[in-house]
Ligand binder design. Sequence first.
Ligand code: RUQ
Ligand code: CUA
Length: 671
Amino acid sequence: MKVKHLKKYFLPFILLAVIGFLLVAACGGAGGETDAPESAAVSGDINAIASERGLTPADIEAAVRTYTPTGMHDEYIMFASGGHSGQMFVIGMPSMRMLKTIAVFTPEPWQGWGYGAQSTMEVLDQGNINGEEIRWGDTHHPALSETAGEYDGEWVFINDKANARIAVIDLRDFETKQIVKNPIAINDHGGTMVTPDTEWIIEGGQYAAPLGWEYASLDDYAEEYRGMVTFWKFDRESGRVQYDQSFAMELPPYWQDLCDAGKLVSEGWVFCNSFNTEMATGGVEDGNPPFEAGASQRDMDYMHIINFDKAVEVAQAGQVEMVADFPVISMQTAIDEKLLYFAPEPKSPHGVDISPGGEYMVVSGKLDPHVTIYSFDKVLSAIEAGGFKTDDYGIPILAFDDVVEAQVEVGLGPLHTQFGPDGYAYTSLFLEPAVARWTMGGEYEDLNEDPPWSLVTKTPVHYNVGHIATAEGDTVSPDGKYLVSLNKWAIDRFQNVGPLLPQNFQLIDISRPGITMPLLYDMPIGNGEPHYAQIIKADKLDPWEVYPEIGWNPATQSPDPNATLAGEERIERDGNNVEIWMSAVRSHFSPEHVEINEGDHVTWHITNVERAYDATHGFALPGYNINISIEPGETATFEFDATHDGVFTYYCSEFCSALHLEMVGYMLVKP
Ligand code: RUQ
Ligand code: CUA
């Protein structure tokens, strides 16, 4: 069914349901006992069911707006970070049904991610640090690839805050293809964000440290510790970050937070907010103020304004210093070449979000009840006018009053802002907790009837919201319609499942102007702590149903030289090296006997020769820690040393057919 027809189809139903419910309520039935709840369910009497479950008319409307019957697809798809699960979640909207976890930095057995398959081990190993296998991450900010500032549905990127890594996910098969370790930083936060045509992926830092992981005493913080922002060149053709065309910029040891790329009028610029311009170094155990106090003393921190197009020229001209063999534009070069400016921003800000047309940068101070809106035009004029004060490192500071367009008092603990198509902006309020709708002025003023630069309404959320996401809400043409509040605390919203509670995604209807902004649905997230999410129109995604050819290598996205068609299966021995070419089809592996000797080195290829949609086979080889998911058409390769003799059963772990239990084989390792 086409989603477009939804409204037409459901409107009479909503009205009937609501009117019917009000009638029942008027007769004293609401929330009370009903005589025959079971027969009500059978008869399909909506009012009786609602009454029995204690649902209000608003609940019924919310249900009708979100309920998605079997076979109906969602209108939007949300890509949410998984926090320190290290993964990414794919969720349909408005149904809020979890469609997939994408394994990124963390092994995931269902996807056979990180349990032997070469295509997964090689990606995970790219993220090793100093030879250490890092098998988790703290994913924060997914970024869908964009063309001309619109999501294009081809790629999605995400950062690992803990280990300063970024990952590239191919949306043809929803698999992670690359992990890149930042060579100069040990943690990040301001990533990932993309430039409007996805030529660059931005990765801003967070907790300052000596660049390149050198040692320096905290006593030398101001001299030796540094912030950074890294710009990764992305090549769509190969689908990979081009490490040797990428570069970073040295920044003062303020804690850079989130970044955003300018768009349309501000394309070619990058903005990052920061906190701890106090340069607090903590040490509560020595009687120093704790970080939370030390880093919150000043009234203003600095928004970083980066002339990115010019920075690219400077980097490409070789005006860089090498840190850990990676090109870095030094602060002095950034100053000399006029690449970097600061604008004061109130009280420990979190997030900088660029308006759809690129005219405004919106910053929230966590400890200030306002959002502060900066004008890109005014920034350019202030830069042109010159005559700046500088910070201790010589970086020019634009005067607050010269660059601010407006401030809107939205409430307590504002964090992140997203946009709608109708001149509304939305800001999360961690402390209230609520989501605020407010109006943009200037170019956006005539798009709704509310006065410009003013608070319109708030919807309470449960509880303590971090990021919010609106449909395509950070692109050049936001869709509005839905907002998801990514709440950190759930408290009493769900059945208690022990002291570790799920996060709570709350779906809010933002399709109507003015003060109507109802909560529609709660979705517990019981497998990670999402930070940011992006929401794309579902019809922009066009993933493969099966791999394009039998014998496909998902790592290279091309035919695998070891593809094994039916009839080509074989086992070859060369000294101690045994190589196996195996096929999988419902419901057998071929060969079914693999006889090897203890001490052999085994290289094993399996091709799923199926062309049927959803005909995945699993391959589990217990005792050797091999567990692979082989999608239709895929060729998987794994290697191991046969260190133990014995009889090992391998079997298909995906219930693929009536005779799935028979999809099995014996690996006999002779002593
Ligand atoms: S951050 S809310 Cu990366 Cu705002 Cu978490
Ligand atoms: Cu193949 Cu079960």
